[in-house]
Design a protein around this ligand. Structure first.
Ligand code: ADP
Length: 485
């Protein structure tokens, strides 16, 4: 049953400016709030994906010669259309992903901001001149788009993970192919429709929708014509794809898993810290890679902080994302619910104490109660693994050194958060945290102006900001000689 506007949707993949319309092989898209089918789409094959690479390859020579100002104008038009359609896009997003409508609209705008930002940055791909080694030589550095870019994106941010990659690639003069997650292909289709309406030339922006992740992935990581591959998803899948990219030495951007520590020191403003945890932990029902995964609380404030957090968590309203006033929607599918259940049950049997929540909610198969666990120790599986659900594990610590040790004792290094009013501690701890991002008295850190990305096994490369454009550019050095008469 479909109860949203479908005017931006279509039959399947968008390749070379056309819609794939093969009814012989299809796959279904379900609404995670009730498991009802909301779309049946043509299921793209290996051959279809190769056609997308052909299209991107054919479009590349022309697109890279389109003046930056014109590329900028086209991207800006795409941005305007996304903003004009933000309500429709949010409804589609909630229907396929489950997050509350207000959050879905927040994601659409957040994603659109990347298009706007890179439309502006397209005009600022500056080179360099460097003094030469001798009187008759000059060194000039120019920057050029890398070529064809392929990407694979996840279901937790079905709209913004695409724009965050497509906009800088296209701004840099690259052509682009993305495979959307099979759970959430509709936002990708709607973005393609709007890119089409914006007049982005055929072959420049291509979307593959398919549930044959491996087969499509082989093409997107293996075709030698593709210069760069950008992935957002789990660390285990990222490792497989990196290996596949190695055969043709592709440039890669990898936005992988996280295990974010959220450290609250005794001098912190506790109400602000509670607000920060609520935002960073429970947004998208805890299904983000920057969600706080371990909440480290200094012993002097541990009891008081736990009480205030539980109070805030018990106020959260859980339900279908389309309903008014809902804070937490369903998880993406029943597999996600059982993995959260397993982590919580194991923590409790290992000695953690349930302060609130702790089981499936009665609203349907995919709903899990917002949960707070105390007495968690750093080596419990709930603290070692990425939870990807609405579960806040509290870990007590005594000293700054201990907090840093616990925080860094993980293979992940994406986001981290600290709450303190001590400016010396802000600098000390920020510099010692082995993470790509540190939120300081702030629970929401991602925006188009800042470089998002991780270290260690959380990945490589940055998205957003001037650094995000650099990831789609090659540096070319021109050595100019014979300049003396
Ligand atoms: P998540 O846990 O968010 O689903 P995954 O890493 O499993 O994260 O998936 C992220 C994206 O990677 C999705 O689009 C998915 O279809 C795709 N994917 C998963 N496994 C593979 C694979 N072996 N090859 C190519 N793509 C894959």
């Amino acid at each position: 049953m479909v109860n949203f506007d479908t005017s931006l949707l279509n039959s399947g993949s968008y390749i070379n400016g056309c819609w794939l319309n093969n009814t012989a092989n299809t796959f279904s898209v379900l609404n995670p709030a009730n498991n009802q089918e909301i779309a049946t789409l043509a299921n793209a094959s290996t051959e279809d994906t190769v056609k997308a690479v052909d299209a991107a390859s054919e479009a590349l020579p022309k697109w890279r010669c389109v003046p930056a100002k014109e590329r900028s104008r086209l991207l800006r038009r795409w941005f305007d259309l996304v903003m004009e359609n933000k309500e429709k896009l949010a409804e589609i997003l909630t229907a396929e992903q489950g997050k509350p409508l207000a959050e879905a609209q927040g994601e659409v705008i957040y994603g659109a901001n990347y298009i706007e930002w890179f439309a502006e940055e397209a005009k600022r791909v500056y080179g360099d001149t460097i003094p030469g080694p001798s009187v008759d030589k000059r060194i000039v550095v120019i920057k050029q788009g890398v070529g064809i870019v392929s990407a694979i994106t996840p279901w937790n941010f079905p709209s913004s993970m695409i724009t965050r990659k497509a906009a800088p690639a296209m701004a840099a003069g690259c052509t682009f192919i993305v495979k959307a997650a099979a759970e959430t292909p509709l936002s990708a289709i709607a973005l393609a429709e709007l890119a089409h309406q914006a007049g982005i030339p055929k072959g420049v922006f291509n979307v593959i929708v398919s549930n044959r992740a491996k087969e499509v992935g082989y093409v997107l990581t293996g075709d030698p014509r593709i210069a760069k591959f950008s992935f957002t998803g789990s660390t285990p899948v990222g490792k497989i794809l990196l290996e596949q990219c190695a055969h043709t030495v592709k440039k890669t951007t990898m936005e992988l898993g996280g295990n974010a520590p959220f450290i609250i020191f005794e001098d912190a403003d506790l109400d602000e810290a509670v607000k920060g945890v609520m935002l960073s932990k429970f947004r998208n029902a805890g299904q983000t890679c920057v969600c706080s995964n371990r909440i480290l609380v200094q012993s002097g404030i541990y009891e008081e902080f736990s009480k205030r957090l539980v109070r805030a968590v018990e106020e959260l309203k859980i339900g279908e994302g389309t309903k008014e006033g809902i804070d937490i929607g369903p998880l993406i599918h029943s597999g996600a619910v059982s993995s959260v259940e397993t982590l919580v049950d194991k923590a409790v049997s290992d000695g953690a104490k349930l302060l609130t929540g702790g089981k499936k909610a009665s609203l349907g198969e995919n709903f899990y109660q917002p949960t707070v666990l105390s007495n968690v120790s750093p080596n419990m599986s709930v603290a070692v693994n990425e939870i990807f659900g609405p579960v806040a594990p509290l870990i007590e610590f005594e000293t700054e050194e201990q907090a840093i040790d616990i925080a860094n004792n993980t293979e992940f290094g994406l986001a981290s958060y600290i709450y303190t009013r001590d400016i010396g501690r802000v600098w000390r701890v920020s510099e010692l945290l082995e993470y790509g991002m540190v939120g300081i008295n702030e629970g929401i850190i991602s925006n188009e102006m800042a470089p998002f990305g991780g270290v260690k096994q959380s990945g490589m490369g940055r998205e957003g900001s001037k650094y995000g454009l650099e990831d789609y550019l090659e540096v070319k050095y021109l050595c100019m000689g014979g300049l003396c008469s």
